[in-house]
Write a protein that binds this ligand. Structure first.
Ligand SMILES: [Zn+2]
Ligand SMILES: [Zn+2]
Length: 237
């Protein structure tokens, strides 16, 4: 609570420009988020969410049609902010390739209020999906870690990095689901399982497409002894 008030004061003093259009975003002292015009353009998701992907539900069941056709998800709940299209795509590209800290801050501001369910708030740690060190070297930062750190400020849950990417993988975007799974086989490891034993983990990534990367990460954490996994992504494709 104290944290929240403190942040409001800071936001009032520091005016953050809108990370999407760059306008000075004056008058929007409520959050470090996007300006009103950009907020309208972003393809935000609404209402009851699918526990499999965090997207909107398309029926009376707990999961959307796409998730029901997938192998069982190893996580218990999921949340996503927007659809990966139009302005949502621009926002993700800026987060991913432009090292945009302001974008991560704005996304966390939008995402945190969506994580009010006990499934998320009772987590012991936030774990970003790791990059292999060769990719990290090229990019100089991990967008998922940036997001995790910004979310942590809202949720008061520490960011930890027990998960390592031990094998570089080729880009997933052009691969089929079968190829993705092969590509990800033994790509992740938890070198110190005692650090995740019996822990509830909020796993964070930027985009969920088929969910195979998150699937591989979640399975690795569960095999290492984690008690429960829930996931958060900014966008759902
Ligand atoms: Zn804007
Ligand atoms: Zn779904």
């Amino acid at each position: 609570m104290k944290n929240k008030i403190f942040r409001k004061i800071i936001n009032f003093l520091l005016e953050y420009p809108c990370p999407l259009c760059g306008c000075d975003n004056t008058g929007n002292h409520d959050c470090n988020s996007f300006c009103t015009d950009c907020l309208k353009k972003l393809p935000l998701l609404h209402g009851q969410r699918c526990r499999g992907c965090g997207g909107e539900l398309d029926g009376a069941l707990e999961m959307c049609r796409q998730c029901l056709s997938m192998p069982r998800r190893p996580w218990q709940n999921a949340m996503s902010i927007m659809q990966m299209e139009d302005a949502g795509k621009d926002a993700i590209y800026q987060l991913k390739f432009a090292g945009n800290t302001a974008m991560a801050r704005a996304m966390a501001e939008l995402g945190a209020p969506l994580l009010a369910d006990k499934d998320f708030t009772e987590c012991d740690m936030i774990v970003p999906v790791p990059l292999h060190w060769t990719r990290l070297w090229q990019r100089s930062y991990n967008q998922s870690e940036l997001l995790a750190k910004m979310l942590a400020k809202h949720l008061d849950i520490p960011v930890k990095k027990p998960l390592k990417r031990i094998r570089p993988t080729t880009r997933q975007a052009t691969l089929s689901r079968k190829e993705r799974l092969k590509n990800l086989h033994k790509a992740f490891a938890v070198p110190h399982p005692e650090k995740v034993k019996d822990c509830k983990i909020l796993l964070v990534d930027d985009v969920l497409t088929t969910g195979s990367t998150l699937h591989a990460c979640a399975e690795t954490l569960l095999q290492a002894g984690a008690a429960k996994i829930v996931i958060f992504t900014v966008a759902r494709r």
